[in-house]
Design a protein around this ligand. Structure first.
Ligand SMILES: *[C@@H]1O[C@H](CO)[C@@H](O)[C@H](O)[C@H]1NC(C)=O
Ligand SMILES: *[C@@H]1O[C@H](CO)[C@@H](O)[C@H](O)[C@H]1NC(C)=O
Ligand SMILES: *[C@@H]1O[C@H](CO)[C@@H](O)[C@H](O)[C@H]1NC(C)=O
Ligand SMILES: *[C@@H]1O[C@H](CO)[C@@H](O)[C@H](O)[C@H]1NC(C)=O
Ligand SMILES: *[C@@H]1O[C@H](CO)[C@@H](O)[C@H](O)[C@H]1NC(C)=O
Ligand SMILES: *[C@@H]1O[C@H](CO)[C@@H](O)[C@H](O)[C@H]1NC(C)=O
Ligand SMILES: *[C@@H]1O[C@H](CO)[C@@H](O)[C@H](O)[C@H]1NC(C)=O
Ligand SMILES: *[C@@H]1O[C@H](CO)[C@@H](O)[C@H](O)[C@H]1NC(C)=O
Ligand SMILES: *[C@@H]1O[C@H](CO)[C@@H](O)[C@H](O)[C@H]1NC(C)=O
Length: 831
């Protein structure tokens, strides 16, 4: 064994303690994902987006039984849920209860096994009950790279790929050369000298896990095979296995002696460095080595890198289809995941220095964000191309790739034996990787990202009232789009699904997109009550919302999120009459902070406009299609109406009856990211009759810790007030002040409705809290994960005083009574 400094040596998991995901059968805890027909159908699992990935990781982190640091979390995810290369093996109609027709035989499995040894986990794996079965399987498929090349029958819709199909399927005898991943290992045994050196007790053993050649070829017919292990992000589709492995490997950089890694197999190439830095094989070198070995043993001198693909749906992505079926060792998502994983692994030590309790979900949430990034605006997915140049050293990449190629060669079955020329092949792969990354991959860059994404985030309680006469395939993409856009998650919005027939709850309020997607499928959609009846649904929903107000009152809720009731209607002409109008009025007056909005498949503006507050914006015609195309343009008006609904600030005493006295002084904490802005709305129902003390205050809170600089703007006419607004011609309509050292910004509501004869006529108070942009953060400013989404968010306090309760729905006189009563009380006190 070559000499290696003791400090750099890594304890490598021994065969006896090998992880189950490293063994040559499907790991026991993952088997139900392949045996349960419901879980086996990917259409039943949540869509594979970065948002659902972060949602699932957050659920693990929030589990009180899982209390580990970020690196351990990343390593545990790999050891528990990642098992690359699982393939289906045809049984020719013969089924046996004792055989699962899946096993890890695809080429990606071999690298995965080496990786598990290089990224050790002190804890073996997360307990089986950490996640529900569907979320466990969803996470498994997001983390595990494999290619499913079975013929599906929908290949004619591979879009521009249909040309490949004619070419491929016309060939009756397929050359093994084209699809080395489908190789018959029994034929190869002995060809590769290393195979004979397997120790039967070693987890690298692969005997018996390869199906008969005929079976494997039968399934290899798809012109656009499905690549798993991919999630969609705005900045390109990313292989999560590479991403998480890079973070796990980079957070605790390790030097691994090759001889230890391959456990006694001999190296074909001695002329390589003797140790590996784990972050390289975990990310780019791993895929480059696969491409070199597989294409190289086919006789290629040029190693092809990069394979594009696409989702077969614009919303709710579940199937990522490759545009080619050969050279699939280093696909586009694997390249992106490799770069992202490398950059984040390379930067995570610095991130942990800034905030040692950083969570994996926060790291991902910061990097895959339109602004700010991972404590530094450079560290964003939109800047991937620059990052790949600044973080990845070319010489290191070449020599690490050579060494890992040699290691992988000694354990991976191949269709030939490379006897020389390794350096040239590795160089070809790296050159092609570099040109492909800089010339061909054209992901959304930071400039366009910033220009096209809002600088505010939504926190909305969205109630969707669904007309089940929508075809599921038409309405599902629209709802999915909305949930992503309003960011349904622990720190953002919630969604509740109600029936347009009678207003009953179809899906309970949830902050989890994955949970919503699990509950809302084509079957449940079919089971929803049919018809649209505003006369029945409106009063029932009002009761639900009044219930919510009661609950908020008893939990002393002062504000923080907005509330939108969105009807999505498909039925022709909607019955609107006096009774409906009366119900809408009761809703508006009883629940003044909830905005009623209609989205209808045919133009109903005329018929419905008397029900809403802002007829121009609140009745929207939707042209949706069953293919889900253009859903973003169609739904953008709904989105902008939701965006124009500020977060509530309320008098918590009002509850459902709207008959209570002055709020007194009450407050809640909120937070905002650098460069972002939060918008609020205080309804006149809380200040219609004058109270000289009525005000809203923004401050850094009782602790008085100044964390940054905040600007507070307010207006009575501009719904989204901000500083130096170019959109607002009348700048005097907006007043802005800075919250600096321990001073507060007060917005007085004294005589705020003077001259308005009804509550409805008096405009609300609109205000905003904005944090100045910064390029880089060096300290964690908010470490309370219940208040702040990011550790560098700025926390502040909103305090109300002297808010009342005024509603037409209740007797205004009783409100007057409370005001008089308060007045008398004050007089008595002052005597
Ligand atoms: C994991 O949990 C599921 C559901 O409770 C169960 O069906 C499965 O057998 C468990 N797996 C193992 C290996 O215990
Ligand atoms: C995408 O393809 C899969 C696999 O063929 C299929 O089950 C699914 O219905 C397709 N989705 C859409 C939206 O076409
Ligand atoms: C980041 O990567 C570079 C080379 O690619 C390396 O020199 C440096 O030590 C790495 N830094 C960390 C913190 O891993
Ligand atoms: C990325 O690199 C380009 C060209 O070198 C440069 O113009 C751009 O400002 C860089 N972007 C960032 C965010 O650093
Ligand atoms: C909503 O939650 C309640 C209480 O947890 C439960 O009883 C009810 O069945 C749920 N409703 C739906 C539609 O899931
Ligand atoms: C639809 O979702 C429900 C609730 O999660 C589930 O019980 C049902 O099996 C699902 N149906 C299909 C066809 O997936
Ligand atoms: C209000 O709180 C009660 C008791 O906690 C709960 O049963 C009910 O579901 C809540 N209602 C709403 C609408 O949240
Ligand atoms: C949003 O509103 C609900 C009540 O409707 C409340 O329970 C929840 O805490 C609020 N969330 C935030 C983040 O303010
Ligand atoms: C409005 O609704 C009534 C029935 O309630 C219907 O007769 C009328 O055509 C509708 N008008 C429009 C413009 O849709």
């Amino acid at each position: 064994m070559p000499w290696v400094p003791a400090l750099l040596l890594v304890a490598i998991a021994t065969g006896a303690h090998a992880q189950s995901t490293g063994q040559t059968s499907v790991a026991p805890d993952l088997r139900e994902c392949y045996t349960n027909p419901w879980l086996l159908n990917r259409n039943n699992l949540p869509p594979t987006t970065i948002q659902t990935l972060i949602d699932i990781i957050r659920q693990i982190e929030d589990n009180p039984n899982v209390n580990v640091d970020m690196r351990t979390m990343a390593a545990l995810l790999l050891h528990t849920y990642r098992q690359d290369g699982i393939e289906y093996h045809s049984r020719d109609g013969v089924a046996s209860a004792n055989v699962l027709p899946f096993s890890p035989t695809f080429h990606s499995f071999h690298r995965h096994r080496l990786l598990l040894r290089m990224i050790p986990s002190n804890l073996q794996a997360l307990p089986n009950n950490t996640l529900s079965a569907p979320l466990k399987c969803a996470l498994h498929h997001m983390l595990s790279t494999t290619v499913d090349a079975r013929l599906r029958g929908d290949e004619s819709s591979c879009g521009q790929l249909s040309q490949y199909r004619a070419l491929r399927t016309s060939r009756s005898v397929r050359s093994v050369k084209d699809d080395v991943e489908l190789l018959d290992v029994s034929k190869l045994r002995g060809r590769n000298g290393q195979m004979r050196q397997y120790n039967p007790n070693d987890d690298v053993e692969s005997t018996g896990s390869f199906g008969p050649k005929r079976a494997r070829q039968l399934m290899g017919d798809s012109a656009c095979p499905i690549l798993t292990g991919v999630v969609k992000t705005k900045w390109g589709d990313v292989s999560v296995g590479n991403l998480i492995a890079g973070i796990a490997a980079g957070t605790e950089s390790q030097q691994v002696p090759i001889t230890e890694l391959i456990r006694g197999s001999t190296l074909n190439y001695q002329n390589v460095q003797t140790t590996l830095t784990s972050i390289f094989p975990a990310t780019l070198s791993g895929d480059l080595a696969e491409a070199v070995l597989i294409q190289g043993t086919r006789g290629s001198q040029i190693i092809s890198v990069g394979t594009a693909g696409h989702w077969n749906s614009t919303q709710a992505q579940r199937f990522f289809m490759l545009s080619e079926r050969s050279n699939v060792e280093m696909t586009d998502p694997e390249i992106r995941g490799g770069i992202d994983g490398f950059v984040l692994g390379n930067s995570s030590a610095e991130g942990l220095r800034i905030y040692s309790s950083l969570r994996l979900s926060q790291l991902l949430d910061m990097y895959f964000a339109p602004r700010n990034g991972f404590f530094n605006t450079n560290l964003r997915a939109c800047n991937r191309r620059n990052l790949s140049l600044t973080h990845i050293n070319n010489d290191a990449l070449a020599s690490e790739t050579r060494a890992f190629t040699a290691a992988l060669d000694s354990i991976m079955p191949l269709e030939g034996t490379l006897t020389g020329g390794l350096e040239g092949l590795v160089q070809s792969a790296i050159t092609n990787y570099q040109t492909y990354t800089s010339n061909t991959m054209n992901d959304l860059n930071c400039i366009i990202t910033e220009a096209t994404s809002p600088d505010f985030r939504l926190r909305t309680n969205l109630y969707i009232v669904l007309d089940s006469s929508w075809p599921y395939n038409t309405i599902y993409p629209a709802i999915s789009y909305l949930l992503e856009a309003i960011e349904v998650n622990k720190y953002g919005s919630s969604v509740t699904l109600l029936s347009a027939a009678d207003g009953r709850v179809l899906i309970n309020q949830t902050l989890s997109q994955s949970e919503f997607h699990l509950l809302y499928n084509a079957t449940t959609h079919q089971s929803f009550p049919t018809g649209v009846n505003l006369e029945t649904s409106l009063p029932n929903i009002r009761q639900l919302l009044l219930d919510t107000l009661r609950n908020e009152s008893s939990s002393n809720f002062v504000g923080g999120n907005s509330s939108v009731l969105l009807y999505l209607l498909n039925s022709g002409t909607i019955q609107n009459n006096n009774n409906v109008w009366e119900q809408a009025r009761l809703l508006r007056e009883g629940v003044p902070d909830t905005r009623l909005v209609f989205g209808t498949s045919s133009n109903q503006v005329e018929n419905l406009s008397n029900l809403v507050r802002d007829p121009q914006n609140d009745v929207i015609t939707l042209t949706l299609t069953s293919t889900g195309t253009q859903v973003d343009t169609t739904m953008s008006q709904v989105l902008s109406t939701i965006q124009m609904t500020g977060r509530r600030v309320v008098n918590p005493l009002c509850g459902a009856n709207f008959a209570a006295g002055s709020s007194g002084v009450r407050q809640f904490d909120d937070s905002v990211e650098a460069g972002f802005i939060n918008f609020y709305r205080v309804s006149p129902n809380y200040f219609y009759l004058n109270n000289d003390n009525a005000r809203v205050r923004v401050s850094f809170g009782t602790a008085g810790v100044v964390q940054g600089s905040l600007t507070v703007c307010h207006s009575r006419s501009v719904i989204l007030p901000r500083q130096n607004s170019t959109l607002e011609p009348d700048a005097s309509a907006i007043t802005c002040q800075n919250v600096v050292t321990a001073t507060n910004v007060d917005m007085s509501l004294q005589n705020a409705c003077n001259g308005f004869s009804t509550i409805g006529a008096c405009p609300p108070l609109y205000f905003s809290v904005q944090a100045n942009a910064v390029g880089e953060t060096t300290t964690a400013t908010c470490t309370d994960v219940n208040v702040c989404r990011f550790p560098n968010s700025i926390r502040y306090q909103i305090e109300v005083d002297g808010l009342g309760c005024f509603s037409n729905a209740t007797n205004l006189l009783s409100s007057v009574f409370f005001v008089l009563f308060g007045l008398i009380l004050n007089i008595v006190r002052s005597l």
